[in-house]
Design a protein around this ligand. Structure first.
Ligand code: 8YV
Length: 328
C-alpha cells in the first residue's frame, strides 16, 4: 500500500524525493493505471499526483487518508472542489512554469491557420507544389492585425507580449476585470466580449473552465466574429459549443480555427471538425515541451511535499481551497 500515488510514471529521482513519506506507487514507463489499479493504490495514500484524472467523490471514497491532490497542470477543472472541501483535501496546481510555452503554441496556431501551413504541407508531400501557390490558397497576415485575448492571466500576458513586440499587433482583451499593467505594457484595450469578437482578426480563448465560461463561444458569439477572423482555443473544450464552431467554419462565418482542446479528448476520429481543411488541430499539447513538462511535474511534487510538511504557504494551492490551507 502506497502513501504517495502518481497517475503517471515518475523518474527514480522523483520517487526518491517522495520516499520519506512512505511507499510511492506509479505506473511503469509507457503504461497508465487502470481505474481498479489506481483505486487499489489509493487506499492508504496521503498524497496524489495527477495529470487530469478527475478527483471527485468516487475517487475520494477510495482514498480515505488523502490530504492533498497535486495536479501537474495549471487548469484544475478536473478537481471537484466541493467534494474536496467536504473532505478537507487541499488541491495544488502549477501556474507560472508553462506560461511562455503555452503562449508559443498560441502564436504557432495563429500562424499555422493564417498561413495554411498544414494544408500546404499536404500539397508539397502530395506532389502538388504548384497548387500551393495558387491565389485561392494565399494566407492572411498575422502582423499588424488585431488580436483579441479572452481571459487575461499570466498566459494572456505572455501571448500579448509576443503579439505586440514580435508581430506589431493591436491587442484587445476581455477579462472579469481591467488590468492596468496590461494596458500600459502592451497598449492593450479592454473590450466587452461582443465588441472584442466583432473587432478582432484573431480571437484566442484562454479562460479557465468554470460554470460561467462553459459554452462561452456559442452560435451567437461566432456570428459576431468577422468572416475573415481566426479562432484559437487554448482553454478547455467545454468553453466552446463545437456544433456551432463546425457550422461557423463550414458556412464561412469565420475563416479558420486552431484547436488544442476539445469537448471530448481524445477527439473521436470521425468528429466533423477533423474533416475541415480550415482547422488545425493539436492533441492538448499546450505545455508539452520536455523542459516545461519536467518543470510542471517537479512543481507538482514540490507542492505536494510542501503540503505534507505543513508548509502550505510554499505550495500553489488553488484559490478556491486556500481558506482550508489557512485553517491548517
Ligand atoms: C496540461 C493544461 O498539459 O496545464 C494545463 O491546464 O491544459 C496543460 O498544460 C494538461 O492539462 C495535462 O496535464
Amino acid at each position: 500500500m502506497a502513501q504517495i500515488v502518481s497517475t503517471k510514471p515518475l523518474s527514480v529521482a522523483q520517487r526518491e524525493k517522495l520516499a520519506r513519506f512512505g511507499d510511492v506507487a506509479c505506473p511503469p514507463e509507457g503504461r497508465r493505471f487502470s481505474q481498479a489499479e489506481l483505486f487499489a493504490a489509493l487506499q492508504d495514500a496521503v498524497g496524489l499526483i495527477t495529470f487530469g484524472t478527475r478527483v471527485d467523490e468516487t475517487l475520494l471514497e477510495q482514498a480515505p487518508s488523502l490530504k492533498v491532490a497535486s495536479t501537474a497542470s495549471v487548469g484544475y477543472d478536473h478537481f471537484d472542489l466541493a467534494a474536496m472541501r467536504r473532505r478537507h483535501i487541499l488541491g495544488a496546481h502549477t501556474p507560472h512554469v508553462l506560461d511562455d510555452t503555452v503562449a508559443d503554441l498560441g502564436m504557432a496556431l495563429m500562424l499555422a491557420v493564417a498561413r495554411r501551413i498544414v494544408e500546404l504541407d499536404g500539397y508539397v508531400r502530395g506532389g502538388e507544389w504548384k497548387k500551393g501557390d495558387e491565389e485561392a490558397l494565399y494566407g492572411v497576415d498575422v502582423h499588424h492585425r488585431t488580436l483579441g485575448i479572452v481571459g487575461m492571466g499570466r498566459i494572456g500576458r505572455a501571448l500579448a507580449k509576443r503579439a505586440k513586440f514580435g508581430f506589431s499587433m493591436n491587442i484587445l482583451y476581455h477579462a472579469r476585470s481591467r488590468h492596468d499593467d496590461v494596458e500600459q505594457a502592451f497598449g492593450a484595450r479592454y473590450a466587452d466580449l461582443p465588441d472584442l469578437l466583432h473587432e478582432s482578426d484573431f480571437v484566442v480563448l484562454l479562460t479557465p473552465l468554470t460554470p460561467d465560461t462553459e459554452n462561452l463561444m456559442n452560435e451567437e458569439r461566432f456570428r459576431r466574429m468577422k468572416p475573415s477572423a481566426i479562432f484559437i482555443n487554448l482553454s478547455r473544450g467545454k468553453t466552446v459549443d463545437e456544433d456551432a464552431l463546425v457550422q461557423a467554419l463550414r458556412e464561412g462565418w469565420i475563416r479558420g480555427a486552431g484547436l488544442d482542446v476539445y469537448r471530448q479528448e481524445p477527439v473521436p476520429p470521425d468528429h466533423p471538425l477533423l474533416s475541415l481543411s480550415n482547422v488545425v488541430c493539436v492533441p492538448h499539447i499546450g505545455s508539452a515541451t520536455q523542459a516545461t513538462r519536467t518543470a510542471m511535474l517537479d512543481l507538482a511534487i514540490d507542492n505536494l511535499i510542501a503540503v505534507l510538511d505543513g508548509r502550505t504557504k510554499d505550495a500553489y494551492i488553488v484559490p478556491e481551497l486556500r481558506d482550508l490551507a489557512e485553517e491548517g
